[in-house]
Design a protein around this ligand. Structure first.
Ligand code: PGA
Length: 236
């Protein structure tokens, strides 16, 4: 399986930065790795016409088709900009009140409209595999096993902290997520790792056997992000 690298820019960057992102990344020729860029909504137009390499994703989606939902963005609007992937259930969104039920509805709406959800699951220091198992099961409760989905294991304590789990620790959780999915009939679902992935940690994260990486902070440094992309591309 080709490794997938997802850049989650969160609420960062400006017009100048995103012009530079498309300019620099368009020059990149990768043979093995592929990447998805998830900018804030307002910069999607910067990518619509200008992204030649890589694919476009977004950081959230409305669980509704249209209507009186102030501040929300629908699948239809996103697709007009060429968005194919959507991060759902990021811990930063969960922490502001997003429930497993709402996540499941967002996953359903994305899958129902030919978009691929990147579903984030992860534990804090006090919870373990049981919580992750339940997050996985609940997130996919409204879709069938022919749906295209991706999971990302993101331990909350590793996000933005410069602390990563060991390869073995990541492997245990990634294997567990895959096992949970397989038991429910979902086969060959890619599982990424995210949380303090940078130029110094990406290799040991990949050594866990995960299918790719979700990169936050390090995606804001373009040279570092390109170094990671090239490194993953040449990863044996
Ligand atoms: P980080 O963020 O790479 O800055 O830790 C990852 C994420 O939150 O997706």
């Amino acid at each position: 399986m080709r490794k997938l690298i997802v850049a989650n820019y969160k609420m960062n960057g400006d017009e100048k930065f995103y012009s530079l992102v498309t300019k620099k990344l368009n020059k990149l020729a990768l043979k093995d790795a592929r990447f998805v860029l998830c900018p804030p909504f307002v910069y999607l137009s910067k990518f619509k016409k200008h992204i030649k390499s890589g694919e476009l994703g977004i950081q959230n989606i409305s669980a509704f088709d249209f209507g009186a939902h102030t501040g929300e963005i629908s699948h239809q609007m996103l697709k007009e900009f060429g968005v194919r992937y959507v991060i759902i259930g990021h811990s930063e969104v969960r922490s502001s009140g997003e429930t497993d039920e709402l996540i499941a509805k967002k996953v359903k709406i994305a899958c129902g409209h030919d978009m691929i959800p990147i579903i984030c699951v992860g534990e804090d220091k006090n919870s373990g595999l049981e919580l992750i198992k339940s997050q996985v099961e609940k997130a996919i409760q409204y879709i069938d096993n022919s749906s295209k989905i991706i999971f990302a294991y993101e331990p909350i304590w590793a996000i933005g902290t410069k602390v990563t789990p060991t390869s073995e620790e990541i492997k245990t959780v990634v294997d567990n997520i895959k096992l949970t999915l397989e038991k429910l009939g979902f086969k060959d679902v890619p599982v990424l790792y995210g949380g303090s992935v940078n130029k110094d940690t990406y290799k040991h994260c990949l050594n866990s056997g995960c299918d790719g990486l979700l990169v936050g902070g390090a995606s804001l440094n373009l040279d570092e992000f390109i170094e990671i992309l090239k490194g993953v591309d040449n990863y044996e």
